[in-house]
Ligand binder design. Structure first.
Ligand code: C2E
Ligand code: CA
Ligand code: CA
Length: 707
């Protein structure tokens, strides 16, 4: 402060006092005092208005009939003067000191007790204090400005929770004027009374709070806000209230909702997507575990031939169609049910509380029925159908994925059974059914995973005991279940139409294997392949066989098809055409499993069979049952008159063999001779028998020439 000039105005009616003051000031060395002096109130006011002074010293007594120094003090402050004022009192001016301070004086000094150092200190402190006050005031102005201009709502309250501050943003959002809410409880701004209690208690207790709170406007409308609140303290660190900053998060929540919606819905149809479906399914499943009575079903729906529609009408129309279908599906359901689009033309439906068989079936039927009405799209009438798989008792499962897997599997089954229908999966029905369906799924991949193998069972000539043919018997080397016999999976393959692939593979493999044996020098071996009814009913079968034979280089007469009697009976008209085709290609045909059921010797007359195989159920009886042996004998005789060779299947005992020999049966097959075995074993078998070559070329097929 050393060189600082400080201008002081002394207002005192007594010149002696002025002189004393001047003396005292002259002793001050820490700063440079410049003292002015006026005697009267009016002269003082005139000077004060010019604002030239840094400090005022007012004598309390300003002479007879004059105002007091305190009155001058009041008026000085009223003019807006910010400079510190020090009151000088006499020794007897009781209580003036306190009053002076209350009215805004910075200090008071008692005349007669003043020395220069006291005066210096008093003035210096007064100036410093004033500066500090100014700083605080401007800071206060600044924070008030911030509060007023803040885009966030700012609300403060005292410890009694009465509102003390309510900024313009708060006014705008809540719809209250500041004056309406000042002094009222802050709780009026909360949407929920419980929440208001909890939150305010928390702020008071923990001194700080932040979180999402619903607020209520004057209109009653509720809006979500983010509140950060804390305790307010005064300079002495005493708690005086709470202040909260609020931000309206309606828009933010809307955006979040939108994002969430997008994550859980299919954008094309607006239906729930797989995620949402799985979530609901999981919730239902959990609920079902706690609640015995809850039940639900899941339908998995796949449109039939949708790809054709899509390809022929274009993707845009395909999309429109999906939207229409989504609408129709919705209309078939109750509000509480969920229909979701899994992408493509797949939909899944969740039926809550379906307690009996009827409901899920009923919904499926209604959907299929509704879909029968054609859709009109860009002037075209389009009919779509769907295949639906149903899991009736979803609540019996442990995992949502398993329910969907089974619904998907039975949907596939519905497709295989001819589309536009539903099929039901019910885990209660059977663990076996689960097995079956799992097997069905596995079977779809068996070929590509090279799990199928062919065993070959030799057929021997009864005249020479030589192996003349081998029957191909397919097996499935399942990675978990081991070797599965055809009786277990061929019916499955037939039901799912996998039989086409399986059958084609067997023919291909058997022909290639036989060609290999021929190349090794066993050129009189015929390979036979069993053909199922469904395979046989395919018009393209002869062509397929032709291609395989050509590609493998096997001669057509070293290959023979085994067709069961029942297949022949059930194929009726078609069979003749196929037989003609096969005949043209010189493919030989064997009637398999002869003698069970149909006994249609008649068909043998009309169809170009070269061989017939008597079923093992008849053969197994011949040495014990005279009827059976008589039948077998007559079959052999009759076949011979038709120039058809006979194979006895399932020969297990020497007695059976003896009888068959006596009946002039041509060939035999059975455990008495050989079991079905792998190709390598057949190869070594053939190698052994070659050591005793027979000149008589015997071939079950070559002896017969189709007419
Ligand atoms: P199948 O045509 O009657 O075939 C003969 C079945 O009897 C074979 O069973 C064979 O292992 C068995 N067998 C052979 N000798 C004896 C014997 O002395 N005693 C007894 N008890 N059984 C004997 P496998 O291999 O289990 O085949 C069962 C059926 O599966 C076959 O009956 C055939 O209809 C079908 N199958 C086999 N492979 C194929 C194939 O590639 N395609 C089609 N469509 N069906 C096939
Ligand atoms: Ca057979
Ligand atoms: Ca048989």
């Amino acid at each position: 402060m050393n060189n600082t000039r400080i201008r002081i105005l002394l207002v005192d009616d007594d010149e002696d006092d002025y002189v004393i003051a001047r003396e005292l000031f002259s002793e001050i060395s820490t700063w440079k005092p410049e003292l002015d002096w006026v005697k009267t109130y009016d002269a003082a006011m005139e000077m004060i208005r010019t604002r030239q002074h840094d400090v005022y010293l007012f004598d309390y007594r300003l002479g007879l009939g004059e105002h007091t120094g305190l009155e001058l003090l009041r008026e000085t402050i009223t003019t807006g003067c910010k400079a510190p004022i020090i009151i000088l009192t006499g020794q007897g001016d009781y209580r003036v000191d306190m009053e002076a301070i209350r009215k805004g004086a910075s200090d008071y000094l008692i005349k007669g007790q003043i020395n220069s150092s006291l005066l210096e200190k008093s003035i210096r402190h007064a100036i410093e204090r004033k500066r500090a006050e100014e700083a605080i005031r401007s800071a206060k102005n600044y924070s008030e400005y911030l509060v007023a201009c803040s885009l966030d709502m700012i609300v403060a309250a005292n410890l009694g929770l009465e509102i003390t501050e309510f900024n313009p943003s708060a006014e705008k959002m809540f719809g209250y004027c500041k004056s309406e809410v000042l002094g009222k409880s802050i709780r009026m701004l909360f949407a929920d009374a419980m929440e208001s209690k909890q939150v305010t208690e928390k702020i008071l207790k923990e001194k700080i709070f932040s979180g999402e709170i619903n607020k209520r406007k004057k209109s009653g409308e509720i809006f979500p806000s983010f509140l950060s609140a804390s305790i307010l303290k005064d300079i002495n660190d005493k708690e005086i209230g709470i202040v909260g900053i609020l931000r309206d998060i309606t828009e933010r929540n809307r955006l979040i909702d939108q994002l969430r919606y997008n994550a859980f819905h299919d954008p094309l149809t607006n239906l729930p997507n797989r995620n949402l479906f799985m979530e609901r399914l999981e919730r239902l499943l959990e609920h079902a575990k706690r609640n015995r009575n809850s039940a639900f079903s899941v339908l998995f729906l796949d449109l039939d031939r949708f790809k054709v529609v899509n390809d022929s009408l274009g993707h845009l129309s395909g999309d429109k169609l999906l939207i229409l279908i989504a609408q129709k599906l919705r209309e078939c359901l109750r509000r509480s049910d969920t229909v979701a689009r899994f992408g493509g033309d797949e939909f899944a439906i969740l039926l809550d509380n379906v307690d009996d068989h009827f409901n899920a079936k009923f919904v499926a039927e209604r959907i299929l029925e509704t879909l029968k009405d054609p859709f009109v799209l860009d002037g075209h009438k389009i009919v779509v159908s769907a295949s639906i798989g149903i899991v009736i008792k979803g609540e019996l499962y442990n995992r949502p994925e398993d329910i969907l897997r089974d619904a998907d599997t039975v949907m596939y089954r519905a497709k295989m059974l001819g589309k536009a229908r539903y099929a039901i999966f019910n885990i209660e029905m059977h663990a076996h059914a689960m097995n079956f369906l799992q097997l069905e799924t596995d079977l779809r991949h068996a070929i590509e995973r090279s799990e199928l193998v062919i065993y070959y069972q030799p057929i021997v000539s009864l005249a020479t005991s030589e192996i003349v043919a081998v029957e191909s018997l397919v097996r499935w080397q399942h990675p978990q279940r081991g070797l599965i016999l055809p009786d277990e999976f061929i019916p499955l393959a037939e039901e799912t139409r996998e039989i086409d692939k399986v059958g084609y593979w067997v023919i291909q493999e058997a022909c290639a294997q036989n060609k290999a044996w021929h190349d090794m020098g066993f050129s009189n071996i015929t390979v036979t392949v069993n053909i199922s009814l469904l395979q046989f009913q395919r018009k393209e079968l002869p062509e397929q066989i032709g291609t395989i034979i050509k590609n493998t280089g096997l001669s057509a007469d070293a290959f023979e098809l085994e067709i069961t009697e029942s297949t022949v009976m059930e194929s009726k008209g078609l069979v003749l055409e196929i037989f003609k085709e096969l005949n043209k290609m010189k493919i030989h045909l064997m009637m398999d499993d002869f003698g069970i059921g149909f006994s249609s010797i008649n068909s043998l007359k009309h169809l170009p069979f070269s061989t017939l195989k008597i079923d093992r159920s008849l053969i197994s009886d011949i040495d014990t049952n005279p009827d059976a042996s008589a039948i077998v004998k007559s079959i052999i005789d009759m076949a011979h008159t038709l120039k058809i060779k006979v194979i006895a299947e399932g020969v297990e005992t020497p007695g059976q063999l003896e009888l068959l020999r006596s009946y002039n049966c041509d060939y035999a097959q059975g455990y008495l001779f050989y079991c079905p075995m792998k190709a390598e074993e057949i190869t070594s078998l053939l190698r052994q028998s070659k050591k005793y070559p027979s000149e008589k070329k015997s071939n079950i097929t070559r002896e017969f020439s189709p007419s």
